[in-house]
Design a protein around this ligand. Structure first.
Ligand code: KG4
Ligand code: ZN
Length: 359
């Protein structure tokens, strides 16, 4: 079964063709990072406009790379939430048009579900797929969630962040240390080169008795320590080597809590496998730390499929097919538990007008 995936929930315009929920035939991602960089974060209106400019070329490229035409497709899977409303509307409207024009079935996909099921991509053999039940740690710029997966479409969110997402914390700390945006990969690289200095050890928020996470205290502690070191330094600049030390201390704290809670969830639920998915799953140190602590195998998406992409949307549309009519609506605050249910937001006349009314 051939599925075209379309993803526009945040700042990546992406399209991909996936066969049977596993084989990635094409995976095209047009990133807007350079456009948003100077604002230090994603600007929703700019994101929508960039999606409009890119979407038809991205979809066209994905079909060409996969060497398929619209007539070969069995379905189109599109992200309906969670995400930025204007951005989601571009992808879903485009998908509706394609579906109507080519007579291809439309399937709605939850973005987080796409991440959760992304370890299935890239395999041909059922034997290398993660055994269920699985605990998935979803860590990205907008999300930090610990999810029990008993079957595609059957999810229990055990815990989530009560403040910043893990990737967001990486990005903010990257800015604090004067590293380029996005902070995640740059903080990881700085930490790799930096010496671990026990005198700059950072706090951990364990929130014992729950699977929730918190990173804002760590961020505040980093900010305080960096300011203190700056004040002591000549010319107010961090001394050479301090950036690496701070990056290593921050990463140690994040990796400790993420891997600790992931391992605890596996032990307490008796899950058969674990996975780390989402942009932060690119981080080798966090994966290594998790592997050390886990009693089951750790799965992660294949290269290039951790950060936002549309192959994971096509994959989720295969494993949990939620066929929708053309009148379905986006849901910017969609919750993962809803992904297992057939009920989907359907637009009613006047909905759009109401949404645009001032509060
Ligand atoms: O999944 P993703 O591409 O987009 C969202 O849905 O947010 O995740 C992007 C996030 C950014 O915060 C980025 O800094 C982080 O993933 N990230 C990393 C690494 N690579 C990307 N964080 C830590 N270490 C990395 N190597
Ligand atoms: Zn994402």
């Amino acid at each position: 079964m051939l599925i075209l995936g379309i993803e526009t929930s945040c700042d990546e315009t992406a399209a991909a063709v996936v066969a049977d929920g596993r084989r990635v035939l094409s995976n095209v991602v047009a990133s807007q990072i350079s456009v948003h960089e100077r604002f230090g974060g994603v600007v929703p209106e700019i994101a929508s406009r960039q999606h409009i400019l890119a979407i038809d070329q991205v979809v066209d490229r994905a079909l060409k790379d996969a060497e398929v035409g619209m007539v070969d497709l069995d379905a189109i899977g599109v992200t309906v939430g969670p995400g930025l409303s204007g951005a989601l509307l571009v992808g879903t409207s485009f998908a509706k048009g394609l579906s109507l024009g080519a007579g291809v079935e439309l399937r709605a996909v939850d973005h987080i579900e796409g991440h959760v099921l992304s370890p299935w991509l890239g395999f041909d053999e059922a034997s290398v797929e993660p055994p269920l039940p699985m605990i998935a740690l979803v860590v990205s710029g907008g999300h930090t969630e610990l999810v029990l997966v008993t079957a595609p479409g059957a999810y229990v969110v055990l815990g989530r962040t009560v403040d910043d997402a893990a990737g967001e914390a990486y990005d903010k700390v990257g800015r604090l240390l004067g590293l380029p945006f996005p902070g995640g990969p740059n903080v990881e690289a700085a930490a790799r080169q930096g010496n671990f200095n026990p005198t700059v050890e950072m706090p951990r928020a364990w929130l014992r008795g729950s699977y929730d996470f918190s990173f804002s205290g760590l961020k505040a502690a980093m900010s305080r320590e960096v300011s203190r070191r700056r004040a002591l330094a000549d010319g107010g600049r961090l001394p050479a080597g301090a950036v690496g030390e701070f990056a290593a201390a921050f990463q140690e704290s994040v990796a400790d809590v993420l891997s600790g809670k992931l391992a605890l969830a596996v032990a307490e639920t008796g899950a058969s496998s674990a996975a780390i998915v989402g942009g932060v799953a690119n981080n080798e140190y966090i994966r290594e730390k998790a592997r050390e602590r886990l009693s089951v195998s750790l799965y992660a998406p294949a290269a290039g499929l951790s950060s936002d992409n549309a192959a994971m949307i096509a994959g989720a549309a295969y494993w949990n097919p939620r066929v929708v009519d053309l009148d379905f609506d986006i849901d910017p605050s969609l919750r993962l538990e809803e992904a297992g249910k057939s009920r989907l937001p359907v637009s009613r006349p006047g909905d759009l007008a109401r949404r645009n009314e001032p509060e």
